[in-house]
Design a protein around this ligand. Structure first.
Ligand code: FMN
Length: 351
């Protein structure tokens, strides 16, 4: 059934297809039909960062940027949903077109540029949701905020999101906000993360609730950069890392239609790179922080491989677009089968 729907949606432009598919999903949810579109949810709890994830497969950030579709997406069997990237103020993002499919390679290039309705809208949506699963809120900075002042936007985001999120992600790896990725390196990273960690602790004391803080990173790093990133994440003691965002390396798609569009590449061409990065990060972190593995997961085998490379949980985006809701079930089942009772990265810090 999904392959038929996909055929239709793929006749539309990338962004229109995306919007229409989500609206159709919402309509199906209102008619209580979404359960017919996906296999029953897998219950295979994973303990990580003091949270219990119903299963190991989440939705990656960027598909539900405004938390407008939590109920319908949540009914498909995801163990958790990451909404955003949200910025403090609403912003339009880059001019359209800005989302391009490369079907021959099961890939997408996007240069959305954090189009979103702002934090106030997202929080209102999160508050009125019926979805009862875990929610991550992914934070970014407004385009008009200079990179040197990025910490101000992330602090605003942290404070607004804290009471409503199960975990919070600091996204410094989108290639579509000029200068953002520079925050992943050296002193800039430490100067960003230390105040955020400090504020997280204060908020936890005030609200008597620990909300894990994760950092989402790019795959385009050499080994030295990755080691220094890992050292900093450990020193600041963030709660986890999400690897990876989209890549700027388009060598695998450059000869296909849309393959030279500006933006970040996701999907099948990212599988191997994201796998390697997960393995390298696991080594660099010496297993001290849980990793959420994302990038090019298209099958049960891909999901299992990511867990074997060291990830505790995985997220889907482009694979979900190409393969449909069935992929959630397949991946969750495969992970449960290889890790029946032994979740990793699960030092409980209490909630
Ligand atoms: C159209 C599109 C929009 C995205 N928007 C965001 C975003 O707002 N924030 C973010 O952290 N990642 C965003 N991502 C990156 C995904 O969350 C994911 O990290 C990346 O696509 C790799 O996974 P995949 O190969 O399964 O798609 C976006 C990806 C796509 C394709």
């Amino acid at each position: 059934m999904y392959s038929l729907a996909r055929k239709f949606f793929f006749t539309l432009s990338g962004e229109m297809a995306h919007q229409l598919a989500l609206e159709s999903l919402d309509a199906a949810w209102r008619l209580r039909l979404t359960r017919l579109m996906a296999a029953p949810p897998i219950h295979a709890p994973v303990e990580a960062m003091g949270l219990t994830f119903p299963n190991a497969v989440g939705l990656a950030a960027g598909l539900d940027k405004n938390a407008d579709h939590l109920n319908s997406l949540g009914s498909l069997g995801f163990g958790f949903i990451e909404v955003g990237t949200v910025t403090p103020k609403p912003q339009p993002g880059n001019p359209k077109p800005r989302l391009f499919r490369i079907p021959e390679q099961e890939a997408i290039i996007n240069r959305m540029g954090f189009n979103n309705k702002g934090m106030a809208h997202l929080i209102a949506q999160v508050k009125k949701r019926q979805y009862s699963g875990l929610i991550g809120i992914n934070l970014g900075k407004n385009l008009t905020t200079p990179v040197e002042k990025a910490v101000d936007d992330y602090l605003l985001g942290l404070e607004a999101a804290f009471p409503h999120a199960d975990y919070i992600t600091v996204n410094i790896s989108s290639p579509n906000t000029p200068g953002l990725r520079s925050l992943q390196y050296g002193e800039a990273l430490k100067q960003l993360l230390q105040p955020l960690k400090h504020r997280q602790q204060q908020l936890a004391d005030e609200q008597q609730r620990h909300v894990p803080l994760l950092v989402k990173v790019a795959p385009d790093m050499n080994r030295d950069e990755l080691q220094s990133l890992a050292d900093c994440l450990r020193e600041v003691a963030v709660d986890g890392v999400i690897a990876t965002n989209t890549t700027l390396d388009k060598s695998q798609v450059s000869e296909f239609k849309n393959g030279q569009e500006e933006g970040g590449l996701s999907g099948r061409p990212l599988t191997e790179k994201a796998n390697q990065m997960t393995a390298q990060l696991t080594e660099a972190l010496e297993g001290s922080l849980p990793i959420i593995g994302v990038g090019g997961i298209f099958s049960a085998a891909d999901a299992s491989e990511r867990i074997k490379a060291g990830a505790t949980l995985v997220q889907l985006y482009t694979g979900f677009i190409y393969k449909g809701p069935q992929l959630i079930h397949e991946c969750a089942e495969a992970i449960a089968a290889i890790r029946p009772l032994a979740p990793k990265g699960n030092e409980s810090r209490g909630n």
